[in-house]
Structure formats: structure tokens, C-alpha cells
Design a protein around this ligand. Sequence first.
Ligand SMILES: Cc1ncc(COP(=O)(O)O)c(C=O)c1O
Length: 376
Amino acid sequence: MTTTARSDATLTTGVPMLDLGYQNRQVADEVAEGFARVIDANEFILGSDVAAFERQYAAYLHVDHVVGVGNGTDALVLALRAAGIGRGDEVVLPTNTFVATAEAVALVGGVIRFVDCGPDYLLDVDALGAAVSNATRAVIAVHLYGQVAPVERIRGIVGDDVVIVEDAAQSQGARSGDRWAGALGDVAATSFYPGKNLGAFGDAGAVMTGSAAIADRVRALRNHGGLRKYEHTEIGTNSRLDSLQAVVLNAKLARLDGWNDERRAIAARYTEALADVDRVTAPTTTPGVDHVFHQYVVELDDRDRVLDGLNAAGIGAGIHYPAPVHLLPAFAEDSPGAGAFPVAERQAGRIMSLPIYPGLDEGAQARVVEQLVARL
Ligand SMILES: Cc1ncc(COP(=O)(O)O)c(C=O)c1O
């Protein structure tokens, strides 16, 4: 984010990790009008803007149902609960992901089974067979960095009785062939955290599914376990998509494909600029996948020294994520310990995310590359 104070040098030569100003300016008028309309109508909770966004996002993804919720973590929790995953159920997930993927399993009382990642940072399908057992009830396919995890291959391994949950928080607009991330498994969860490819002006999220039964259950669970006021058929929670956030999301959804095209163009420029730089490994794209580059992640030796130098020069590079989830203290009980997932563990020490966002201009991008190469 761009909220930290910047030095004078940074103001002229620095490049933030993320700058949402370009996107915000494009939607500003539409959002202001929408906010005024919601305020005039006093329609703050589950109003027509929420319904419109759910309809429009469903049409965009070619999925039958979208249910707006409070954030991406709740989306995962409610997707798991609505799909019948609960106490004692085993859920397999990749260890290189944002902590929320694993948190959600713990929050529904499930048993976490971590799996290593492949060179593309996604769940290693070849390692999946060994992690799956008769006790496996679900697999979470995380579409990390804007890629699309191989859901069809996962289905081929786990069969039809295991629930495939997509964590589509980083992949809004990504496609595999002619199908969108978020419409590939039994149920999917996404986050509209402000920095996501489709981001709100605060916390927001959604559950996507082709199942009317799962969608109805999420609608109830997000609203204290009932579809009508004071009728509570099960214990739910309060996790509704806010009407004001729906206004923002409706405005931004119309521009998402254009912004994703910009991200792809920026990624292509990085890849071209780094093609002859032996000490940096650029990311690859799975054939047939329309990657949306939520992050542009490179690998290099001596990452921490290079990253510190870049940050000191005002280049907002970062790490997604510094530790695989099985090595986080919070998950010690669920973890087979250090050494269990060597690919993800090695990657965690070598990966670095370069600035990428719609509106990042070529001059700023060239400075990122120049500063990076100078420190290798
Ligand atoms: C892969 C992944 N899963 C889940 C989440 C959780 O979303 P939220 O922060 O909206 O709860 C995020 C984002 O923050 C994410 O990147």
C-alpha cells in the first residue's frame, strides 16, 4: 500500500508495491453517485446493489450463483460449511498460500493436510496422491498469484466424492481454457480486499457455486443462519457483503478485463527485460491459462539482501509469502515440521514479488528492473 511516508528520493525514483489511485480515479464518479443513491435509500444491508453485483459477477464468471459475504476468509469458511465440511473432516491444501486458506479449515474444525507445491508455486498434483486418503473430504485448489490451479487434474485424482473448493482470492478474471477461475470446482471463495485484482474500498468477499443448495445455505449462514428475519434454522454468522462495497465492485467489475490486460502487458515487459538476466527466474504461465498476474513473482539467490536494497531505494518489492503455512507457529500442531515440503520451503527463501498494478507506467517499471539488476 502507499500509506507509508516516502523519502524525497522515493518521490522521484521510488515505485510503490501497489498504487490504487489509477483505478480509484476511473470509478470515482460512479462510486460517488452510487454511494449517494444507497444513502438516500437507506439501503445499507443486502440491498439492490448487492443483488446486482451477485448477478453481474455470476454472469461474468459463467457460474450459476454468487453470494456476497464480508471478506475472503469468511467466504472460505462459509463455502466449507455449506459444502458439509466440518469437525474432524480432512482437507488437503497447498502449504504455499495466504494463511487464511488454512485458517478457514481450522475454523470449521477440519483436519489440515498440507501438500507441497510445484515449480509454478501451485499445489503439486503429483504429490497430491500421497496426501489423499479415504478420510479426505475436500481439497482446496488455490489459484495463487493470478494463475489457475489444475482443477481437472485434481478431480482426476480425488474423484467425485471429494469436494473441490477453489480459493480464487487472487485470480479474478483468470481463465483456464474457456472457464473462469471460481467456476471450476464444487464451490469457490474469493476476496475483494482492496489490493485484489477486483478490490473493494474495504473488506468484502463472495462464494461462487453451481449448486443451488450450497448457495442457499451460504445465503442463510451469512445472515445469522436464516433467510428471513428472526427465522434462524441453524447457527450462522453476520458476514454480508456491504451495499457500499457492492457499489464499488459493480463499478470496478466493468473495468476488470481491461485492468487484467494491463497487468499481463506489465508482466510481459518484466519477462522480456529479465530474459537475459541469468540470476533471476521469471514466472511461467501454464499453457491454456489466462494468468491475471495478481503478483509477478521472480526467484533469485540472496533474496533478502536484494530485497532490502530495493526497499531502501524506494522500490516496494515484497514476499508472498515469507513462510509456507506449515512453518507458521499457529499451525505447528497441524504440521509435519520443517523439511516436509522441500519445494515450498526452498521457494519461500527465494521468491520476490515485483510491483504490478494497472497504471504502473513503463518508466517506473524500467526503474524497478534497473534497480533489481544493479543489486544482483
Ligand atoms: C489466497 C487468499 N485466500 C484468502 C484470502 C483472505 O481474504 P480476506 O483478506 O478478504 O479475508 C486472501 C487475501 O487476503 C488470499 O490472498
